[in-house]
Write a protein that binds this ligand. Structure first.
Ligand SMILES: [Zn+2]
Ligand SMILES: [Zn+2]
Length: 306
C-alpha cells in the first residue's frame, strides 16, 4: 500500500504505529483546546452565572442530535460501511450536518474508520485501545498523520467514494459550512429570543464539546467497558448501566459496538426494538419516503446474544 511504503521510506512513523508521525499537530491541539476552553468555561459559565435560557438549551440539544445523527448514519453507516444507499436529499443532509461537527472531511473519516475495522487492535488500527484509553479517545489525533498525496491515499482506502460528488463538495467546503451551521445558525436563531451570545457559546461551542466526546466515546469506552462478544478483538457492547445515558450521548452508537464489529455493514447498531438507536429509526423512516434504500441487515448477529 502506498501509505506504508512512503511512511517507512521517510522514517516518519512513530514506532509501532502506522498512521501517525512523531510530530505534534499543533493546529488540531490549539483547536481542541479552544473548543474545550470556550465551551466549558464560556458556555457552561454563561449558563450557570449569566443567563440560563431554556429555549437556548433546547436549541443546543436539537442541534446536537441533528448533527450527531449525520455521524452515525452518514459518515459511519453510509460512507464507511455502505450499509444502505441514499439519494440527493439524505446525502445533502449529511454534508450540511456533518460539517458542523468539525471532524474534518467525510472522506477522511471513512478512510480512517475502515482500517479500524480491518485491523482492530493492531498496528494499522488508527486508534487502537491497546495503546491506552486516552490514545484511543483523542490522543491519536494530536499527531500529524502520515499522509502521502491525499488522493493517492484515498484511492487506496476508499476507492468507492472517489466519484461521489457530495464527498468532494464537503471536502472543499467543510469549514465554511461548519462555521455557518455550527456557529452562525445557533447565534442567529437564539437572537430571536434575545440570546445570541448563548446561541454562540452553548449551541456552538458547548454543543461541540459534547459532540466530540460523544464520538470519541466509541473508540475508548466501547473498547474497554462492557461485555465482549468477539473473541478476536476488544470491541464491546454497552453494559446495562451505561445503556441509556451512553446511547443518548452517542445517539445509539454505543449500544452494541461489539455486534457492530461483527457485522459492520448492518445499518442497525441496536437490533432490538428497545435498543435506543435513533440512527436506525432515521434510516428506516427515510426509506419509507424513498430517500434511502437497500438497507443491509444481518439476521442473527453474534453480538446480540452474547
Ligand atoms: Zn470499534
Ligand atoms: Zn464502524
Amino acid at each position: 500500500m502506498t501509505t506504508e511504503a512512503s511512511a517507512d521510506e521517510m522514517g516518519l512513523k512513530i514506532p509501532g504505529l502506522y498512521w501517525q508521525t512523531p510530530h505534534l499537530n499543533w493546529p488540531i491541539i490549539i483547536w481542541f483546546s479552544v473548543v474545550h476552553a470556550v465551551g466549558l468555561l464560556g458556555g457552561l459559565g454563561y449558563l450557570v452565572f449569566i443567563y440560563c435560557s431554556l429555549p437556548t438549551i433546547l436549541l443546543a440539544l436539537g442541534q446536537y442530535f441533528f448533527c450527531h445523527l449525520s455521524i452515525r448514519t452518514g459518515a459511519h453507516s453510509l460512507y464507511s460501511h455502505r450499509a444502505f444507499k441514499a439519494g440527493v436529499v439524505f446525502q445533502s443532509y449529511v454534508v450540511i450536518a456533518f460539517s458542523a461537527v468539525f471532524q474534518d472531511a467525510l472522506i477522511w473519516w471513512a478512510a480512517r474508520h475502515r482500517p479500524h475495522h480491518t485491523y482492530t487492535d493492531k498496528e494499522r488500527d488508527p486508534h487502537s485501545i491497546l495503546r491506552g484509553f486516552w490514545w484511543a479517545h483523542m490522543r491519536w489525533m494530536l499527531y500529524k498523520p502520515v499522509m502521502p498525496p491525499a488522493v493517492l491515499s484515498y484511492r487506496d482506502l476508499v476507492p468507492d467514494l472517489m466519484k461521489n460528488k457530495f464527498i468532494w463538495f464537503q471536502h472543499k467546503h467543510a469549514r465554511l459550512i461548519g462555521v455557518l451551521v455550527g456557529f452562525v445558525a445557533p447565534t442567529l436563531i437564539a437572537s430571536l429570543w434575545g440570546d445570541p451570545i448563548g446561541g454562540f457559546l452553548v449551541g456552538g461551542f458547548l454543543r461541540l464539546v459534547f459532540q466530540y466526546h460523544g464520538t470519541w466515546y466509541i473508540n475508548s469506552v466501547s473498547h474497554s467497558v462492557g461485555p465482549q462478544p468477539n473473541e478476536g478483538n476488544t470491541s464491546r457492547n454497552s453494559p446495562w448501566w451505561l445503556m441509556v445515558p451512553a446511547a443518548i450521548l452517542t445517539v445509539g452508537e454505543s449500544v452494541l459496538h461489539g455486534k457492530h464489529h461483527e457485522v459492520p455493514w448492518d445499518f442497525r447498531i441496536g437490533t432490538r426494538w428497545y435498543h435506543i438507536d435513533p440512527g436506525k429509526w432515521l434510516i428506516v423512516a427515510c426509506s419509507w419516503v424513498g430517500i434511502t434504500w437497500d438497507l443491509r441487515r444481518a439476521e442473527d448477529p453474534k453480538g446480540v446474544t452474547a
